[in-house]
Design a protein around this ligand. Structure first.
Ligand SMILES: [Fe+2]
Length: 234
């Protein structure tokens, strides 16, 4: 299989005024697309070319000979999660099973939001802040640069880009304002609920499987149905 060209599951202007069309367009074309384009010649003609993006990230993690491949693949994957973690007119209090998980883990959505903001604020330099699911509970994690929870086998429910390129056009150096806007106006809780449901399903299937059997793999990430507006329009 070959790794598909990245897509954004809405039009570039759909997140305005929270994220401007230009910010999203530049982010997509000059960061995720660049990583994708740099990755292609590094894997072309090798055994890596047959892997899914998720397996490529996992296989290349921790291998010094594949450091460049890993950085590119991880950033392509991280951004794909980021696009899906946002939605026009999203944000605010969660609903569904994820809301119950946040309540159990943090006591309230407000406490979660405070800790998420703090994790983003305290993270030094470029990177990511994540909501992950592990061992039956949700956790807030950060990763530096191209670091990704996928390499640590964490199941990602949400991801927020903390690189300055994600917010500088709209928020300059005000990272806190960008993180608050993400929480209040953009978070796609439906995506988080879908991801949680398939991770729980895979975990239950693995728990039922005989010990000697091969674990049931976690399904591939949700594939958005909507298509972005043509790039030529940018
Ligand atoms: Fe980015």
């Amino acid at each position: 299989m070959s790794i598909a060209l990245p897509e954004i599951p809405y039009n570039f202007a759909d997140l305005e005024p929270v994220v401007s069309r230009d910010a999203l367009l530049f982010h997509f074309l000059h960061h995720q697309r660049v990583c994708f384009d740099r990755m292609q010649p590094l894997i072309r003609g090798t055994h890596l070319q047959a892997l899914s993006l998720e397996d490529l990230v996992r296989v290349s993690a921790g291998d010094p000979a594949l450091r460049a491949v890993h950085r590119c693949a991880a950033e392509v994957w991280n951004h794909t999660i980021y696009w899906q973690s946002m939605h026009p007119r999203g944000g605010g209090s969660p609903r569904g099973p994820v809301a119950e998980c946040l309540e159990r883990r943090f006591g309230s959505y407000e406490r979660f939001a405070h800790l998420f903001r703090e994790a983003a604020r305290a993270h030094f330099g470029s990177g990511w802040v994540w909501l992950v699911w592990r061992n039956g509970t949700v956790q807030i994690r950060t990763s530096a640069n191209a670091g990704t929870p996928l390499a640590k086998a964490d199941a990602v429910l949400l991801g927020l880009d903390l690189w300055e390129h994600a917010y500088y056009l709209d928020y300059q150096n005000r990272r806190a304002a960008y993180v608050s806007a993400f929480l209040e106006d953009l978070v796609n809780w439906d995506f988080a609920n879908r991801e949680l449901a398939r991770f729980e399903l895979a975990a239950r299937a693995n728990a039922r499987a005989p010990a000697a059997a091969t674990p049931v793999p976690v399904p591939l990430p949700f594939v958005p149905e909507a298509r972005p507006e043509p790039l030529a329009a940018g």
